[in-house]
Design a binder for this molecule. Structure first.
Ligand code: CA
Length: 521
């Protein structure tokens, strides 16, 4: 009797599994992969910070899962995008820094989805220099893109549009959804330029922080003692921001000299600002000037110096950055509303992420690149009502390397062996997965050329510790205990209390470099 009931149970399980698989084949999930550029976790309210409210990104988190330990493998724009498309580290996909161009002939997840019958689309920031491949529809910004009246390439045709770029990209994304072939599942990459430098918000968010305090990080006045000289020798301090492009001051003889802005030789602040401001039409300029002229006149009247100038710059930067984020959040809301209104909510996976994190004054910095927490971290929230329960938070180490395998897994497509990431599907469903990674490997390449003078480095991060090696023009190691020192102010390398930890981290690093084929290229 026992055997019979076991057999019946097994048959029932088999029947259920088979019907699930058939259901999956019949109605594969749609995918909306939303990515912004340089969006720090600290600027998302779901991550527990109060800098601003992001109700729409929070909706995704509340209706699904938020990853607290999501990281990038190389914290810079184009390389991160290449990692996401290929599921492979920079040393294997060939795009190590922003000077490289993407080899579009490689295997990518959109190509595999397209082959399996998905309609694929890429709308917004692409930034990989070569023509997108694997998409039925693409409409992309040129290079970094502009905040106002952007030029975009629509399937090969260059057009200039009138309006605010974050809103326009969303208009095009919604047009695509509205006109798609409803007999097929879709995968849309909906990628924003904002809040990438030079942080130009739309008029509706100019006054978002009027009369509101914007707290400064505790380590804004970091002196970089107790760490590698790499930390002191960067060129990404808020004090050195461009007065025109970043601070939006029009050229004026009474201004002090502009900052270095971390720029490479030949980059001209005045010209870059003239181009950004010059893109606006008369109406847009009038709205802009009505807000910014009084701020600039006040600056010229007071001529702040020293700490007062540092804090003025921090405040100006943060107001513009957060105003640009608020516009991204508005537009995430438009897409979520569309899904709800068109009955697409249940069977659509929505991911919100950024190509990496960003410094909002920590260590006195803006920009990214470092393996330190603020730029290593990438916000990641995901919802899929059919399979992911609402309101989960996960602490496992997940990577931008994991997007490609994840989307393929949801679509029921076999994950190619050459992809180095792992599918997040089980993790998202059960808030745990067997044999999940307990450490991650990181590597940054853009030195000495390019922007911001951040030394080449690689390293390993576990749930508690981090080991970093700076090399090429120096040979320095850093070890941080993130539990005791989450702001990474105290290098513990060669500290007697951490002798064993240091040894283990070195072993882990060697193991990862071998497994990930780092030494072989
Ligand atoms: Ca970026």
């Amino acid at each position: 009797m026992k055997h019979v009931s076991r057999l019946i149970f097994a048959l029932l399980v088999f029947a259920t599994l088979t019907s699930c698989q058939q259901e999956e084949k019949k109605t594969p999930p749609n995918i909306i992969f939303i990515m912004s550029d340089d969006h720090a976790e600290k600027a998302i309210s779901a991550y527990g910070h109060n800098l601003l409210q992001t109700p729409n990104i929070d909706r995704i988190a509340n209706e699904g899962i938020l990853f607290e330990n999501s990281f990038v493998t190389n914290s810079i724009c184009a390389p991160s995008r290449a990692v996401m498309l290929t599921g492979k580290y920079s040393h294997l996909n060939g795009l190590r820094d922003n000077r490289d161009q993407f080899d579009g002939s490689q295997l990518t997840f959109p190509k595999l989805l397209q082959k399996a019958g998905y309609q694929t689309a890429m709308v917004g920031k692409w930034h990989l220099k070569t023509t997108p491949q694997g998409f039925d529809y693409w409409n992309i910004l040129i290079n970094q893109g502009d905040y106002y009246n952007p030029r975009m390439i629509d399937m090969g045709d260059t057009m200039t549009h009138t309006g605010y770029t974050t809103d326009l990209i969303t208009d095009f994304a919604l047009d695509y959804l509205e006109n798609r072939d409803e007999t097929k599942p879709f995968c849309m990459l909906f990628h924003h330029k904002a809040p990438h430098r030079n942080w130009m918000p739309p008029p509706r968010h100019f006054d978002l922080f009027k009369d509101k305090d914007i707290p400064m990080p505790d380590n804004f006045y970091d002196d970089y003692a107790n760490r590698s000289v790499a930390a002191a020798e960067q060129d990404m301090h808020i004090d050195d921001m461009f007065l025109h492009l970043d601070m939006k001051l029009h050229p004026n003889d009474e201004l002090p000299p502009s900052g270095t802005g971390g720029g490479p030789p030949g980059f001209t602040d005045v010209n870059a600002w003239a181009n950004a401001y010059g893109r606006m039409n008369d109406e847009q300029k009038a709205a802009w000037d009505a807000h910014y002229d009084p701020i600039n006149q006040d600056f010229l009247k007071r001529k702040p110096t020293g700490k007062e100038l540092s804090e003025w710059k921090y405040r100006r930067y943060m107001e513009d950055y957060l105003g640009s984020v608020a516009a991204v959040d508005d537009n995430v809301g438009r897409v979520l509303d569309y899904l709800e209104e068109h009955g697409l909510e249940e069977n659509t996976i929505v991911v919100y992420t950024s190509d990496q994190g960003f410094y909002l004054g920590e260590h006195g910095w803006y920009d990214k690149r470092w393996m330190y927490e603020e730029s290593l971290s990438m916000p990641l929230v995901m919802k899929f009502p059919k399979e992911i329960s609402a309101g989960q938070r996960n602490k496992d180490i997940v990577l931008n390397l994991d997007f490609a395998p994840t989307f393929l897994d949801y679509a029921g497509i076999e994950i190619p062996r050459e992809m180095q990431g792992a599918s997040l599907r089980q993790l998202a469903k059960n808030n745990m997965a067997d044999d999940w990674r307990s450490s991650m490997y990181y590597e940054y390449f853009e030195f000495p050329h390019g922007w911001h003078s951040v030394k080449k480095h690689y390293g390993v991060r576990t749930d508690r510790y981090k080991l970093i090696h700076y090399h090429t023009d120096l040979d320095d190691w850093e070890l941080f205990d993130l539990e005791r020192d989450p702001s990474e102010m105290q290098n513990l390398y060669d500290h007697p209390d951490y002798k064993e930890v240091q040894k283990e981290l070195h072993n882990e690093l060697t193991k990862l470099r071998k497994e990930l084929l780092v030494e072989e290229v």
